[in-house]
Design a protein around this ligand. Structure first.
Ligand code: ADP
Ligand code: MG
Length: 704
């Protein structure tokens, strides 16, 4: 049969995962005993047997060479938020002047790198520059750009984590330990492992590369620091799920293909709310693999865009006044025998195990909302939260009517007779009758229960999902620990479970909010309830060092005190550095692009006025004179405000303490930037577009 698809029959399944050293390849290429032993480590978390690595390394090398690889690299995730790699070739020269291809078990297991150029938050003095990477066999190796990539964890010479993966893996262990305790109490003797799962919905913008290249702000900061609104924004709601333009569609096709080759199950793609904005969602996976895959996805999104003369913007708020980009973090818990612990089933009211796990999450989110905020805080996400189509920076959770009613009933003993669920009719005989979900959607909630998982929507589009997920895992592990401690002592288990669910709900019901999180009233109401919120990253940074949080991390061995301090420092320094880059870019653009453009146009206007006078006809253009006056006034103000910004930055340069710097950037510099932008954007609407030196929002949002 003729087909227009680039995937004739069978081709897609043949390319899917073709560059991954996954289960099928391992089964084919490893001796049975080695395969079994490795599988046990991957699936059940038992320590790796010493002889396994040598055999696996050899098989990996042969397979990678068959895929065209010449090099291998340990691939890790330092605290920069992007991934790092250093490539070594497989070659080993022989005395005869030839080479053989070698890759040892030792090379697979351990890499050594000069760690001094990665952020460490003082965990590693420069004279102790050694850092190690260790093979993470739970995330499969893959071939990309002629190299074998080996996912690894990264730590310092003294064994402290210097990356985002290590705490995530530790948090998965903690969660597993505590969740299994609960399952055993319910009589489950089969499950060997509980793991957390993740499906990140990745939002992004595409802009034309030539247009992008003319904007220093996009190049240096990932967002527009200036720009008056385009005449048309997202008010017509005509972009969401809209039909996909050919250029974008070609991009998406190539992107899917590249992701599929790496075993990344890109599933859903659609246009998002803002013009130029799109989304890609994969099928969920274990948190660890999902995190690795998301890092790869972001990298490949950017690379593939260039093939189409596009640039992919992952910043949370590239454009003021239109929707920002997030990364909805769909989180759930499942057992190795395939049970989703957050599945309510047909009769959630009778599903005590489900209600208990649900309660654990309710308690965790209420008690550690500060850590959830911390996990998603960044300069870039600050611009998005509370803005168009983004949840506010107030922690609450949505359970939906049915579950809320069930919990209320348990507390009050009064039945609510919830009518949700059931069937839905369109009233047209040819259309099918549909089964309704038990919960409606609430798009505005930052932490929403959606059918059988939680969707944490505050996560920014640019960030690694490692941190939000190790935070969620850890706080839920702590809830489960408390619950298990109690239930293990209970005389009447069923009775005790019932009581626990009731007590938790009574104590923490303030965190449940099923209403509109975008409403003004919610801000007031949430304050009354005493919920965690933040105005900016600076507010929440100190939460890292709070005793209750340090204790939590320590208790579950997710991050040590030293590691927590280090992470706090890295976050604070990043905040300061990013703010600094933005401020400097801004005054550079004003001094060398916007101000000169205004002056040129003023000159043009003045010459016009003079030449009219010189005609001797006694006529003047009031429009020209008024415009010149207004532009002159605004340009003076522009210059003044640019000076204010420069001074504010210079003053902070003299300060020592990083947190104090961050605070000043937020208070003084940020305010100065907003004021500067305001007048520059005004000028954009006054100056002849021929004179305006940078592409406008219309150029950026509407020319792909
Ligand atoms: P939405 O309607 O919220 O936009 P999408 O289909 O775009 O939904 O994305 C939902 C995401 O949630 C997908 O990545 C999907 O794989 C993931 N997901 C579905 N079920 C689970 C689960 N049990 N645990 C974690 N993630 C899940
Ligand atoms: Mg979606």
């Amino acid at each position: 049969m003729e087909t227009n698809s680039i995937y004739p029959e069978g081709k897609l399944s043949a390319i899917y995962g073709s560059n991954v050293f996954g289960d099928t390849v391992m089964r084919e290429r490893l001796p049975k005993a080695v395969y079994k032993s490795l599988k046990k480590t991957i699936d059940e978390g038992v320590p790796l047997e010493p002889n396994v690595a040598e055999t696996v390394a050899n098989a990996m090398k042969d397979w990678a060479i068959s895929k065209g690889a010449t090099h291998f690299t340990h691939w890790f995730q330092p605290m920069t938020g992007v991934t790092a790699e250093k490539h070594d070739s497989f070659i080993s020269p022989t005395p005869e002047g030839k080479v053989i291809m070698e890759f040892s078990g030792k090379e697979l297991l351990k890499g050594e790198s000069d760690a001094s150029s990665f952020p460490s938050g003082g965990l590693r003095a420069t004279f102790e520059a050694r850092g190690y990477t260790a093979w993470d066999c739970t995330s499969p190796a893959f071939v990309k750009d002629d190299s074998l990539y080996i996912p690894t964890a990264f730590c310092s010479y003294t064994g402290q984590a210097l990356d985002k993966k290590t705490p995530l893996l530790r948090s998965m262990e903690a969660l597993n330990t505590q969740a299994l305790r609960i399952l055993r109490l319910f009589g489950n003797t089969e499950a060997k492992r509980v793991s957390s799962n993740m499906g990140p919905e990745q939002e992004y913008f595409l802009v034309d590369k030539d247009t992008y290249s003319k904007r220093k702000d996009l190049i240096f900061t990932g967002r527009t620091l200036f720009g008056a609104s385009a005449p048309k924004g997202q008010e017509l709601d005509d972009h969401y799920y809209g039909n996909i333009k050919e250029r974008v569609s070609n991009y998406m096709k190539e992107l899917d293909t590249e992701l599929w080759k790496l075993g990344i199950s890109a599933k859903t793609k659609h246009n998002e709310v803002a013009p130029g904005q799109h989304e890609l969602a994969p099928v969920f996976n274990s948190s660890n693999i999902a995190t690795d895959h998301n890092q790869l996805t972001m990298e490949i999104m950017k690379k593939v865009a260039l093939h189409h003369n596009l640039v992919c913007l992952l910043h949370e708020k590239p454009f003021a006044g239109v929707n920002g980009s997030g990364k909805h973090n769909n989180w759930s818990l499942s057992t190795d025998d395939g049970q989703n612990l957050l599945e309510p089933g047909k009769t959630p009211a009778e599903n005590m195990q489900f209600l208990l796990f649900l309660s654990a999450v309710i308690q965790a989110v209420d008690e550690y909302g500060d850590l959830l905020l911390l996990s998603i805080a960044s300069n870039s996400n600050d611009h998005r939260l509370g803005g168009d189509e983004a949840p506010p920076a107030i922690v609450s959770m949505y359970l939906g009517e049915q579950l809320t009613d069930i919990l209320e009933e348990m507390v009050t003993g009064v039945e609510k007779h919830n009518q949700l669920g059931g069937k839905m009719k369109f009233g047209v005989s040819t259309l099918p009758v549909l089964k309704k979900d038990t919960t409606d959607r609430n798009r505005t909630s930052p932490f929403a229960f959606t059918a059988n998982k939680f969707e944490f929507r505050m996560v920014g589009s640019l960030d690694s999902i490692a941190c939000p997920n190790y935070m969620i895992n850890t706080i839920v592990a702590e809830s489960l620990r408390q619950i298990a401690d109690e239930l293990e002592q209970a005389k009447d288990f069923d009775e005790a479970v019932h009581e626990t669910i009731k007590t938790i709900y009574q104590k923490h019901k303030r965190i449940v909010f099923n209403g509109n999180n975008y409403a003004e009233e919610w801000v007031e109401e949430s304050k009354k309830r005493g919920l965690y919120s933040m105005r900016s990253t600076v507010d929440i940074l100190p939460a890292f060092l709070e005793e209750k949080n340090l204790k939590l991390f320590e208790q579950h061995s997710v991050i040590s005190r030293d590691e927590a301090y280090a992470r706090y420092e890295v976050l604070t320094e990043n905040y300061v550095k990013n703010m600094h880059i933005e401020a400097v870019t801004m005054y550079d653009m004003v001094s060398r692009q916007i101000l000169p453009a205004c002056l040129h146009y003023m000159k043009f206007l003045s010459e016009g006025i003079i030449s009219l006078r010189e005609t001797g006809l006694g006529i003047e253009s009031k429009a020209e004179i008024d415009l010149l006056r207004e532009i002159t006034k605004c340009t003076d103000l522009l210059r003044e405000r640019n000076d204010v910004l420069q001074k504010a930055v210079a003053e902070i340069g003299q300060m020592e303490d990083a947190y104090e710097k961050a605070k000043q950037y937020r208070e003084k510099v940020y305010a100065a930037m907003q004021e500067l932008r305001e007048v520059a954007d005004k000028l954009e609407t006054l100056v002849d577009q021929k004179y305006w030196p940078i592409p406008t929002y219309s150029d950026l949002l509407y020319n792909v």
